[in-house]
Ligand binder design. Sequence first.
Ligand code: SF4
Ligand code: SF4
Length: 408
Amino acid sequence: MQTALADFIRDTPEGREADAILRKCVHCGFCTATCPTYLLLGDENDGPRGRIYLMKQALEGQEITDKTRLHLDRCLTCRACETTCPSGVQYGRLLDIGRKLVEEKTARPAWERVKRRALAAVLPHRSLFALLLALGRVARPVLPASIAEKVPASTPEAGAWPAPRHARKMLALAGCVQPALAPDINAAAARVFDRIGISLIEAKGAGCCGALRFHIGYQEEGLADMRALIDRWWPMIERGGVEAIVMTASGCGVMVKEYAHLLRHDRAYAGKAEKISAMTRDLSEVIDAEYARLEPLPAKKGGRIAFHPPCTLQHGQDIKGLTERVLARAGFELTPVPDSHLCCGSAGTYSILQPELSGQLKRNKLSALASGAPEEILTANIGCLAHLQSGTERPVRHWIAALEERLN
Ligand code: SF4
Ligand code: SF4
């Protein structure tokens, strides 16, 4: 694609990056076939090719309108288009640049600004989110159904966290909303790792990975969250003998793996960010590599399950089939799930900011997951887990909790 970027951005790092990405796009349209919003709305501007064209126009200095912002807002950042594209167009990176520009050049209505500001203020703060969740539970009977369904009735018990006793150590991220919604996830991972011969530890005071604020229009605040997390982790990496950073939420995993890129121009943090991204692993990568240490498993078969691979795992981190392989080796019967490449509609704060589209995607996903009549649904990201659970009576859990149960 030929480009002529406007003077205000052409010679900036972002302008050069956007230009290189745009030039790779040959406008073939293969990506539209796997775009969830295009499949729902059938509008070229709600598909990747149309959005790329809108961002190109914005970067070339043409007027940026509320319509431009609307089509970018409707994008889930699922990156299904990226793993479909034969030309290697890094749509996600272009979207970060495009969204920042659109945010700067347009004015959102006041109510939208308040909503986004509130989400950016509350969600990354663990204790504030836990407090609001507790209040939400009390008020659940009187809340409108659309809000009440987002408040889970109970929180699973975490169980004991094994004391560190192994020479091998890995670092886990507690995250921001996960400890309040599902404290059993990291605790189960720590117990499984303990069996393998690895002590899983968390850094005190480590907060949000930065994804939440970065993706809703507060990129600088998101970058500040990233730096703060690096500061918490760094002493444990430098002196603590930690061999890897393990992500139990694929949404955080994809973000931390991108620290190297996002902080590459920050002299104080570029080196640390590069090291941290390089040593970050999704939970499935570690368990798959160490699987032999978990055997032999009980002879009894595991349950019948449907696995939902989050977009941040299969598209963002390009990890496909690994968790499914672990679960199959552990004796679970995996039911077939049609269109497993499509997003469930959770997508960070998307379910709050775009409730209609998100709701439709959730219903479609739950019907695909239920088509093989599984006993339960397993996934790998807290956002997808909570989102899917809000629409079904069938249990939805993190796969590590199911694996641990099977080991016991
Ligand atoms: S598949 Fe890739 S090259 Fe083709 S239109 Fe989509 S982004 Fe462009
Ligand atoms: S990131 Fe997802 S929703 Fe956005 S354009 Fe790509 S496929 Fe469509």
